[in-house]
Ligand binder design. Structure first.
Ligand SMILES: Nc1ncnc2c1ncn2[C@@H]1O[C@H](COP(=O)(O)OP(=O)(O)OP(=O)(O)O)[C@@H](O)[C@H]1O
Ligand SMILES: [Mg+2]
Length: 696
């Protein structure tokens, strides 16, 4: 049966689900006589009823219990479940209490017996059903609203608990500040642990108490003026134990307990900043070293010429001055030139040390022995008010370094410590072996893992500010008054330690004191126990005259001229050549014998070592002396020299060059006449012992 629609403008939409036409008529009649103002739709099956409800909806359904496509209460159950807001009134032919109860249980609002009696009751039943349903819906809506409210409150509490946990358990220190008073409103555990205060002792306190005095304004200005979310730093803060840390602050605005507040997240960047500073410092020192080394190297050559000629002039004038007073003033003037030249040479030597370009006489040594050796000298250097402790390890590892340079390191450090303790204090020199593992090395930007001997010089003096520490190793950096310091002490030490493959660090706090730590790589080689040989007595004064022939190869014209002058003045015959090729040709063309080759190492066309090899083909056993202005590593990069050769460092000093030549010639002569001394052998490339660089 299809649904039919009553004409008119019904207010209530009533769906009658009834397959019996008589019952339909009965119902129509009942509705017509009721006070219901309604639009009636009629369907004869459950399926049609469902389609009609889907299509048009209804305010109430009157459902017969015996439909062709539904058994008994099946239609009520299905419609009630599917159309939950639809009030249903069951129509039946029998008054059966049990069926009525089951119908209500199945979802009907009321129960109506078809027949003439329904005429009076149908309107009431429809109104009741609608009202009951509405009441039920209202109750259900209220219950749902209350349940939703409870759920919302519970989830808000849970959310708060979760955020609280995020705040409390964050590994980053976090706190909430009142933006007007800068007082702590909340602090998490990480913040309390980071600053070293119990949480309760910080709550309500002003955040500026954690700031370094100079940085207070930076923080308060930032809080007062910052935009919604902001990142500041680096900012210095002070922990409970007085440690100063560098932090960045990420902050955002929030309302906390009704107050304008900022949540601050702290990141400790102390270590990162320290490493970056160290890296910047070593890069700066590296480039300064290149500059200083280059200038010092060229300067050294010029100084060599100035000092060389001045020495010769002084020697000439000396004799005359002894008999003729008119020459004395000139002798004194020359002596001033020589003194200034010596000071300048000393300065360039320190710069070369800083640049790691000084020629080092590396040996396998025990640091303890060096410290003990200069103990007395160091004690004489410090003032009476300073107590000096020496604390040497009983288990020293050997290191490879130039003993003279290590003494220089000790002396410079002790002088610095003394100057830092004008009213007295304690100075400690300590040595100990230490192994730096991968982890520890990773914390020091420029330290390689390995075994080291550690030398520490500690004082209880004035200490240094961070700004001084940052620049202390730079050459010419000094905080001392004019004339009291050149600022080359630590620069020299830096060069010496790094040239030996080591590392140097400063730990210092103003008002507390300073510890300078130098690490020297330990070596497995055995100590060089040979006593330093006393220099052979050779008469190299200008009165002594010799007759040997020396082949001189030097590409720097002025240096070649000077060296030639020095040698000829002492009786040597000199064959001078401007480079290795010229020297080979000169040797071939020279009619007499050649007794010694004196050659620069780094020369164009043919370097000193290759020249020596060529000459040995025609002059076997010819003694060779090398001259160079470069340190060993630099030299090695440009040319290789075999072990055991004699190498003179520039600037060439007359006395040194004469002594070295004499020693080489005398040794050669002794060997030629049957003495056992081994002459320098430039062919012996594979000799395992370290290159003995001779610095007369
Ligand atoms: N032990 C120390 N205690 C405090 N400050 C130090 C210490 N050692 C070095 N300094 C600081 O480092 C600066 C540089 O030291 P460095 O030894 O290079 O030069 P200097 O001592 O000033 O002069 P120079 O050593 O050439 O006579 C010093 O001026 C001083 O400010
Ligand atoms: Mg110094």
């Amino acid at each position: 049966m299809s649904a039919t629609t009553e004409p008119g403008i019904p207010r209530l939409r009533v769906l009658l689900v009834e397959d019996d036409p008589d019952d339909v008529l009965l119902c129509r009649d009942a509705i017509a006589h009721s006070n219901l103002n309604c639009h009636l739709a009629v369907t004869g099956t459950l399926l049609e009823a469902a389609e009609c409800l889907d299509r048009e909806g209804a305010d109430v359904a009157l459902v017969d219990l015996s439909l062709p496509d539904a058994e008994q209460l099946e239609a009520v159950t299905i419609l009630a479940q599917r159309f939950t807001d639809l009030p249903i009134v069951v129509l039946t032919g029998l008054l059966d209490e049990q069926t009525a109860a089951r119908a209500l249980h199945a979802g009907a609002e009321d129960y109506l017996v078809k027949g003439p009696g329904s005429r009076d009751s149908i309107g009431r039943a429809v109104h009741y059903a609608i009202e009951r349903k509405r009441g039920e819906q209202t109750r259900r809506a209220k219950d749902a609203a209350e349940a939703a409210k409870t759920r919302a409150e519970r989830s808000a509490r849970e959310l708060e608990r979760n955020y609280r946990q995020l705040f409390d358990c964050s590994p980053y220190p976090m706190y909430v500040l009142d933006t007007d008073t800068f007082a702590f409103l909340e602090i998490n555990d990480a913040a309390a642990a980071f600053y070293g205060y119990p949480r309760h002792s910080l709550l309500g306190q002003d955040v500026t108490r954690l700031c370094l005095a100079e940085d207070v304004a930076v923080l308060t200005d930032a809080i007062a003026t910052a935009a919604t979310a902001q990142r500041w730093g680096p900012l210095r803060q002070v922990k409970h134990d007085g440690t100063v840390v560098e932090v960045t602050v990420t902050s955002h605005m929030l309302s906390f307990d009704g107050r304008d507040a900022r949540c601050m997240v702290i990141e400790d960047i102390t270590e990162r900043e320290r490493l970056e500073r160290r890296l910047r410092q070593s890069q700066r020192l590296e480039s300064l070293g290149q500059l200083a080394g280059g200038v010092a190297h060229d300067f050294n050559n010029l100084l060599g010429i100035i000092l060389g000629y001045a020495t010769m002039c002084a020697q000439e004038v000396e004799e005359s001055a002894q008999t003729d007073p008119r020459w004395q003033a000139l002798r004194d003037d020359l002596s001033q030139i020589l003194q200034a030249g010596d000071r300048a040479a000393n300065l360039t030597r320190q710069l070369l040390s800083f640049a790691r370009a000084e020629i080092a006489q590396t040996q396998v040594i025990d640091l303890n022995t060096i410290v003990t050796g200069v103990d007395q000298l160091l004690r004489r250097t410090v003032d009476e008010g300073i107590r000096m402790n020496i604390d040497l390890t009983g288990n020293p590892w050997l290191v490879k370094a130039d003993p003279g340079q290590i003494e220089q390191v000790l002396l410079n450090l002790v002088v610095n410590a003394r100057d830092a303790m004008p009213t007295g204090g304690v100075l400690t020199i300590a040595t100990d072996p230490i192994t730096i593992d991968e982890h520890a090395a990773a914390n020091h930007s420029d330290t390689r893992p390995g075994r080291y001997m550690r030398l520490r010089v500690t004082d209880t003096g004035t200490g240094m500010s961070q700004a001084t520490i940052d620049r202390a190793f730079e050459p010419f950096f000094t905080t001392k008054p004019k004339g009291h310091g050149t600022g080359l002490g630590l620069a020299t030490i830096y060069g010496i330690v790094t040239q030996a493959g080591g590392h140097i660090h400063i730990n210092s706090q103003p008002g507390v004191g300073t510890t300078i730590t130098a690490l020297f790589p330990a070596t497995h080689e055995t100590a060089d126990n040979a006593e330093p040989q006393a220099p052979e007595q050779t008469d190299t004064t200008h009165q002594a005259r010799y007759h040997e022939t020396i082949l001189l190869a030097e590409d720097e014209d002025s240096l070649r001229l000077l060296t030639e002058r020095i040698l000829t003045r002492h009786g040597y015959t000199v064959i001078a050549a401007g480079n290795g090729v010229e020297a080979t040709e000169a040797a071939q063309q020279h009619p007499g014998g050649i007794d010694l080759l004196l050659t620069d190492v780094v020369m164009p066309h043919l370097n000193g070592h290759d020249l020596a090899i060529r000459l040995h083909a025609t002059h076997p056993g010819l003694p060779v002396i090398y001259m160079s202005g470069y340190a060993e590593p630099l030299l090695a990069a440009r040319t290789t020299l075999p072990a055991g050769v004699t190498l003179l460092s520039k600037p060439i000093v007359e006395q040194h060059i004469l002594a070295a030549i004499r020693r080489a010639l005398d040794a050669h002569n002794r060997h030629a006449t049957g003495h056992v001394d081994t002459p320098p052998n430039v062919e012996n490339r594979n000799q395992p012992s370290p290159s003995e660089l001779s610095r007369p």
